[in-house]
Design a protein around this ligand. Structure first.
Ligand SMILES: [Zn+2]
Length: 423
């Protein structure tokens, strides 16, 4: 510890026969400056011994005895008659050392809850949290500019339901928009409340023009409000739509067609005896991940038992879209991309199935962003990984009530800076 000299170390048999060390410390200087007037005093009025609690030394307990001096202030104009010396590591009236508090703060930074760190180091919640806040704020500066930015949403806390006067229910959910560095090591750059265009625009505007100019590509979910906001805030940037969400839309269309056909044919919901229900998971799996046997089972069941053919038509549309998006991985030339796009569009248009027509319309509306995915191969996958960390941080803390605390904890957990708990 700086500013402190060790006078002597005694070995003692501690409680329950456990060996420990008693370390006697004091300041080397025989003088101190009055905190009120700054005049140096050498006249010691009395000495006191305090027992600030410190980190354990290895396996053994470490008992600190600090021999403090109280000085008399000799400055005639000073209102303070006496003062006690202190050091930065053990401020006045502190009963624990600064490094014990910092060790607890590092435990929180490395993923423990504040309450768990308090138990481990036998400290109070406010003290531990104050030190954690200081540590986090020192580490989490304003984010550095990034080249590829990922934007998506997470739900904050649980959904709640509210009953209206007319007896209907409203679902109340709170969302956060997350900004993630997809090209570098910045991790989670920040969060904004809500999942609106203004949340995105406000956060980007707060970074300043130089920061915004540095962003070349933005990857988003197919949400129109995000796209509009980015076109306004980052007019120079290329927008990429995440292909995973496009495939999810196609899978949703397959399921919607299957459920509608079952309703029309049988006048009820699907049951395990219905071939289309029995094959519902095979329908959603990628063709190349189906074994030949699984594919044949699914195909023949639908050919034999689904007279309208709509479910297989939807499944083929889904596979056509997947093969279009696979052009990114396969680095296909433009001719192949336009051929597969045409095949997908004409299949959907010729099907006369409302779910497929609306899927094709969505792809058409997002075609520039989809093509940007196919040519760049950029995905929001890292954002999805961050979302898991965000949920883990909330789980460790058993939920957050204070938004500022939540954002600090989450951002530290999702930023690739490692904080060594032993440092
Ligand atoms: Zn003084």
């Amino acid at each position: 510890m700086p500013e402190i000299t060790v006078v002597k170390v005694e070995r003692v048999a501690g409680e329950q026969g456990q060996a420990g060390r008693v370390v006697h410390i004091e300041r080397p200087e025989e003088w101190a400056a009055c905190p009120e007037c700054g005049v140096i005093s050498t006249s010691v009025r009395q000495r006191r011994t305090t027992r600030p609690r410190d980190l354990p030394y290895g396996e053994e307990a470490l008992h600190v005895r600090w021999h403090k001096r109280q000085f008399a202030c000799k400055e005639a104009l000073c209102s303070r008659k006496a003062f006690t010396e202190s050091v930065a590591e053990i401020p006045p009236r502190a009963r624990v050392t600064g490094r014990l508090c910092r060790a607890a703060a590092r435990r929180v930074a490395s993923g423990a809850s504040v309450a768990a760190a308090c138990r481990e180091y036998r400290l109070g919640w406010p003290l531990t949290h104050r030190h954690f806040t200081a540590l986090a704020d020192a580490v989490l500066a304003e984010p550095e500019p990034v080249e590829v930015l990922g934007i998506d949403e997470t739900r904050r806390g649980r959904a709640r339901w509210r009953k209206n006067a007319d007896g209907s229910w409203d679902k109340l959910e709170r969302f956060e928009t997350n900004f993630v560095d997809l090209s570098g090591t910045g991790g989670l750059l920040g969060q904004a409340a809500g999942r609106t265009g203004s949340a995105v625009e406000g956060w980007l505007d707060a970074r300043g023009q130089a920061w915004k100019s540095a962003v070349q590509v933005v990857a988003i979910d197919p949400a129109t409000c995000y796209r509009t906001a980015i076109r306004r805030a980052l007019p120079h940037a290329t927008i990429v739509v995440d292909h995973f969400h496009l495939i999810a839309l196609a899978n949703k269309a397959v399921t919607a067609v299957r459920q509608r056909v079952t309703r029309d044919q049988r006048g009820r919901r699907g049951r395990s005896v219905d071939p289309e229900w029995a094959n519902r998971r095979r329908l959603l799996r990628a063709r190349e991940n189906l074994s030949q046997r699984a594919f044949t089972t699914m195909w023949n069941a639908l050919i034999d038992h689904e007279p309208t053919g709509q479910i297989l038509t939807a499944w083929i549309a889904k596979e056509d879209l997947r093969s279009l998006l696979a052009c990114a991985r396969q680095q296909q030339p433009r001719s192949v991309i336009s051929h597969r796009l045409f095949r997908f569009f004409s299949w959907c248009a010729g099907s006369d199935i409302p779910e497929l027509i609306s899927l094709a319309e969505t792809i058409e509306q997002w075609w520039p962003e989809t093509l940007a995915f196919i040519t760049t191969g950029i995905t929001n996958a890292r954002t999805e990984g961050t979302n898991r960390l965000i949920k883990d941080a909330a789980r460790v803390a058993f939920g957050f009530r204070n938004l500022a605390n939540q954002r600090r904890r989450v951002r530290l957990a999702c930023t690739h800076q490692t904080i060594n708990p032993a440092a």
